[in-house]
Design a protein around this ligand. Structure first.
Ligand SMILES: Cc1cc2nc3c(=O)[nH]c(=O)nc-3n(C[C@H](O)[C@H](O)[C@H](O)COP(=O)(O)OP(=O)(O)OC[C@H]3O[C@@H](n4cnc5c(N)ncnc54)[C@H](O)[C@@H]3O)c2cc1C
Length: 599
């Protein structure tokens, strides 16, 4: 199992040198505490906790998994104790509202900690991750009483949260959900139905669990317009705020699954459980988007984590494992063979993981800054701009990063040859654990429809322009920089092509709506590579500027420029295939009659 080492140098590079966090925090309302020293101390502490406490539990969680009994669900050895330590360290409250016990730090700092937690032990990280989503939802839509009752407990970490959307017959299409909410005379509701695949739905890590549940009121309109949102606690809160009597919600069973064994994936039965409406009637899905957007950026981190963990494990291996000689002559003449890192194909696998992990970090932290501005930007204009940018970047981050993160996890395993397939090294666990990232929180297909349909075409390309304008300005500013030419020229070309392709897809979609569905995933992947091109060009610029100023870290900055070069030469060309495929038309997908699909 790779021993996780928090990539602090690169985290600092992205935060401070690429995204100028100090200035960013200084521009936010109420972020006075986020001084460079404070941010640094938080990240150092988080790194220590991840390396020393969570990382050693990653393989334990995979091997033991969770166990179900009539009395509840038991998490793997050490999970509960690690959670207690996490709570005692004040981590759950870091970015939450100070009025309810939070520390009010910017969300982007929370994302850095989430990255470290999620990389070293994704299954464990899902428990506090879901609580974070529940916290945000109640913070945004709850009444004052609900906030006093539930927020304070979620923020302190005493209680955890879940997100209950999926039912046996529906996941992507929540418009067909059946769980019922019958009003009671006392203003509460009786919730009845079955939810499946509920992450952290039942466990032994906290004394109470706050389920955020989608259900239908009697006579509600059909489809997504008739869904409301409810808080359904596992234990009903007492007058004094403590967890009281057991509510009629229980975990019927645990799913047996491919990966993330340490996280309990539960069938949850609501048998007339007492619930409280949160937000307006029939607007539940809108409110739930608060949760889902948090969870989508959270899931994007899974892609980053998969690439980072794969890279860390396979890099160490590639430097030690000896096999054959370099094509240009021995590099380790005293040994029986050369280390495999000398071989171009092994380099391809290592560098792919590296540029995916570092590019993903840049994208997620950039999205994190938009979250900060949406919450605490000083002007309405700033907040609106950040919201548009975040809306555009979220489906790309979620789907593109989990897709290429999974590819990277596979490459990490491949570097190990046969040993990659053996459990002891942890590489196959990384592959199994990261596969779910492309499925939950909206599959890649669903994210792609959101991006192309809702975010781009329905806004007449406005959301895309918010981003491409930034890229255009960057290209213009650096057009005369000879050293950057190898990055700026292809970036400017991609930026233009992106707009042209959007127009073409938009035109064909006006004649046939199926074209949107047929082009969507290629469009999303193309967009992901285009966003990465912008971020890698910017990272190359920072590194080149540093080297021009003179630095004692020449090797670090040089590696950045070389990584950018690898990205532009070897990954960006994938856009050519996506461009061609997205324009290939829906016919080749839809012409075959359904009856012809036979075995
Ligand atoms: C381990 C795990 C943990 C999970 N945790 C949670 C949780 O905590 N809470 C929760 O509520 N849910 C959770 N889920 C459920 C998850 O979010 C859903 O499984 C997911 O959203 C997909 O829904 P589905 O399984 O019903 O697939 P379907 O919706 O049946 O989709 C099947 C396939 O059809 C495709 N598809 C469907 N509609 C379209 C369309 N219009 N256009 C193109 N393609 C389409 C999908 O992309 C997919 O490939 C979890 C699932 C797993 C496996």
């Amino acid at each position: 199992m790779p021993e996780y080492k928090a990539p602090l140098r690169d985290i600092k590079f992205v935060m401070n040198e690429l995204l100028n966090s100090e200035q960013h925090y200084a521009n936010l309302e109420g972020a006075e505490d986020a001084t460079p020293d404070m941010v640094d101390a938080i990240i150092q502490e988080g790194a220590k906790f991840c390396e020393q406490v969570l990382s050693p539990l990653n393989q334990v969680g995979d091997q033991e998994g969770c166990t179900w009994s009539e009395d509840g669900v038991k998490t793997p050895t050490g999970f509960k104790e690690a959670y207690q330590q996490y709570v005692e360290g004040g981590w759950p409250s870091m970015t939450a509202d100070p009025n309810y016990g939070g520390q009010g730090l910017p969300h982007s700092i929370g994302l850095v900690v989430s990255e470290m937690v999620g990389t070293c032990n994704w299954s464990w990280g899902m428990y506090p991750g879901l609580s974070h989503g529940a916290t945000n939802t109640i913070e945004a839509h709850g009444t004052e009483e609900q906030k006093q009752t539930y927020l304070t407990k979620l923020i302190s970490g005493e209680w955890t949260g879940t997100m209950c959307l999926t039912e046996p017959h529906c996941g992507s299409d929540l418009g067909t959900l059946r769980t019922k909410a019958e009003p009671n005379a006392d203003g509460t509701y009786s919730i009845t139905g079955t939810k499946i695949f509920i992450s952290a739905g039942e466990h032994d890590m906290a004394e109470n669990i706050v389920h955020i549940v989608l259900a239908r009121l009697p006579g509600a309109p059909e489809g997504t317009k008739g869904i409301s949102l409810f808080i359904v606690p596992k234990q009903l809160p007492n007058e004094d705020g403590s967890a009281g009597e057991r509510n009629a919600v229980s975990c019927g069973s645990l799913e047996h699954k491919m990966g993330i064994h340490g996280n309990a994936t539960c069938v949850m039965n609501f048998d007339g459980a007492k619930g409280w409406l949160i937000g307006p009637e029939n607007k539940g899905l809108n409110c739930m988007f608060t949760f889902m957007n948090t969870a989508r950026i959270g899931t994007a981190i899974q892609g980053l984590g998969a690439a980072e963990l794969g890279f860390q494990g396979s890099l160490a291996y590639a430097k030690e494992r000896l096999a054959m000689r370099s094509l240009s002559g021995p590099k380790n003449p005293d040994g029986i063979a050369d280390p495999i890192i000398v071989h171009p194909d092994v380099r391809r696998m290592l560098l792919t993981q590296k540029v995916v992990a570092e590019g993903a970090r840049a994208l997620i932290y950039l999205a994190g800054q938009q979250v900060d501005v949406v919450h605490s930007g000083k002007t309405e204009e700033e907040r609106k701009h950040a919201d548009a940018l975040l809306g555009f970047l979220t489906p790309i981050a979620k789907a593109f990063l989990t897709e290429i993160g999974y590819e990277s996890a596979n490459l990490g395993m491949q570097v190990f040859g046969g040993h990659g397939f053996i459990a002891e090294w942890g590489m196959e666990q990384n592959v199994r654990d990261s596969r779910i990232g492309m499925i939950y929180e909206g599959t890649t297909g669903i994210q792609a429809l959101d991006l192309l349909g809702r975010k781009v075409l329905m806004t007449q390309g406005e959301a895309l322009k918010v981003f491409t304008k930034q890229v255009h300005v960057f290209c213009k500013e650096n057009a005369d920089n000879e050293q950057l030419k190898e990055f700026i020229e292809p970036l400017a070309a991609i930026n233009k092509e992106w707009g042209d392709l959007t127009m073409k897809v938009g035109m064909t979609a006006m004649k046939n709506r199926e074209e949107v569905g047929a082009a969507a995933v290629d469009y999303l992947m193309y967009s992901g590579y285009a966003v990465f091109a912008y971020l890698w060009a910017r990272m190359a610029k920072v590194a080149l500027d540093k080297m021009a100023e003179g630095t004692s870290e020449e090797m670090f900055y040089n590696a950045k420029v070389q990584s950018a070069r690898f990205y532009f030469k070897r990954l960006l060309p994938r856009t050519k295939t996506h461009a061609e495929t997205m324009l290939a038309g829906a016919d080749s997908l839809l012409d075959m009659p359904e009856e012809a699909f036979v075995i």
